[in-house]
Write a new protein. Structure first.
Length: 388
């Protein structure tokens, strides 16, 4: 045993493996603790749209919501416009005050309804927060309506106790909630699919990049630098198509949902898997095996900033800025639209194509600037031919 331990620790790969495990702990701890720090204090970055069709009590309710809620409250003129903004995730919830709201509140019969619409094609936290906020809004408005209704009905009347109790019971709930959801998500397993696809795809791209780098070092003496570069491109494109085909098929065969069908999911996943591959390999083309450290940092930062688990609007300005340059942000956005429903994926696809083009350009530039005419990478000297 002692001899085996000594043999292990004479190998640099043993120490590299232990150091890598420690780095994972350090990097993930730093990124996640700083990324999610204070996230519950940034609810003011979320926005609720109010569509007010009642010009009596509706205006008062709108002003009260602006003053009392811990989120931004904006008035939207048309319900259709608000629904479009909700679908594009520019609003987190719609509060619709119908035209007959005041009449229902002040009338002696029936109840007034506040309509709420929530887009489930979002991180789970959005649905949870907005559902709780809807209950809070209805409770507050209901208390005001009951007080107003009681004053109108009971004020100045001298009636028997039984009659007063009956009327009081009728006034106990003047306002009720009608909560509707768009782009419904079928279960927590489907809710987690965007994060799972990003995590699996980038980790797979990292491991593939490491092994392709080792393969490049093995064939560098027989092939020029541009041959090696071209071979990587071909392998990446072919692998992205196959890997995404398997990934999309597995998700749907295991009960996953796709609002836009299998082909749309496969095509979009192929795009972001290809982007992940080129980004992960870019670091190794530039830095050699040390580039895996950058991949670990990138993986952790993308999981925090992509919006798969927590709303990006509630992150700090630093991490919101990072999210705009990382491909996982666009992968999550497009995946949610395809899986659960939402606008088209043009914006997400263009974002991925921009990152992909940048990664290919940087890798090509690093290849062009490298000295020597072999496939030597990241400062590793080219192999010399054996002396006869």
């Amino acid at each position: 045993m002692k001899q085996a331990l000594q043999a292990f620790f004479k190998r640099p790969t043993t120490m590299i493996g232990i150091a890598t495990a420690l780095l994972f702990q350090l990097i993930f701890s730093v990124v996640w603790m700083t990324g999610y720090s204070g996230i519950s204090d940034r609810t003011e970055n979320l926005t609720i749209g109010v569509v007010n069709e009642d010009k009596a009590l509706g205006s008062t309710i709108f002003e009260n919501l602006k003053q009392s809620l811990p989120v931004q409250v904006e008035e939207v003129a048309e319900l259709s416009s608000a629904e479009t903004l909700l679908d594009e995730r520019k609003l987190q919830m719609i509060v619709h005050i119908p035209a007959d709201f005041s009449a229902k509140v002040t009338g002696g019969e029936g109840t007034a309804v506040l309509n709420y619409t929530i887009n489930e094609s979002n991180p789970q936290m959005i649905k949870t927060m907005m559902s709780g906020m809807a209950a809070q809004i209805t409770s507050t408005v209901n208390k005001q309506a009951v007080a107003s209704g009681a004053a109108n009905v009971l004020g100045g009347l001298n009636m028997p106790q039984e009659q007063a109790s009956a009327i009081g019971a009728a006034l106990s709930e003047r306002v009720v909630s009608n909560i509707q959801s768009t782009n419904p998500v079928k279960g927590i397993n489907n809710q987690m699919v965007p994060m799972m696809m990003v995590l699996a795809s980038y980790v797979g791209a990292m491991i593939m990049a490491q092994n392709l780098h080792l393969s490049s070092l093995a064939v560098r003496a027989q092939s020029g630098r541009w041959q090696v570069f071209g071979a990587r491109v071909i392998i990446n494109v072919a692998a992205a198509a196959v890997v995404s085909l398997a990934g999309s098929a597995f998700v749907l065969s295991l009960g996953g949902q796709s609002a836009h069908g299998f082909l749309a999911l496969w095509g979009f996943q192929a795009l972001f898997v290809l982007t992940f591959m080129f980004v992960a390999q870019m670091f190794l083309v530039i830095f050699g095996m040390a580039g895996m450290l950058f991949n670990i940092v990138t993986l952790s930062a993308q999981l925090v900033s992509s919006g798969a688990m927590m709303p990006r609007e509630m992150l700090s300005d630093f991490y919101q800025g990072l999210s705009s340059i990382f491909p996982a942000t666009y992968a999550v956005e497009g995946s949610m639209n395809i899986l659960f429903g939402g606008p088209d994926v043009v914006h997400a696809a263009l974002g991925l194509l921009s990152v992909l083009a940048a990664a290919v350009a940087v890798s090509a530039l690093a290849t062009a600037l490298r000295k020597g005419d072999t496939g030597a990478l990241a400062g590793v000297p080219a192999s010399r031919p054996a002396q006869s």
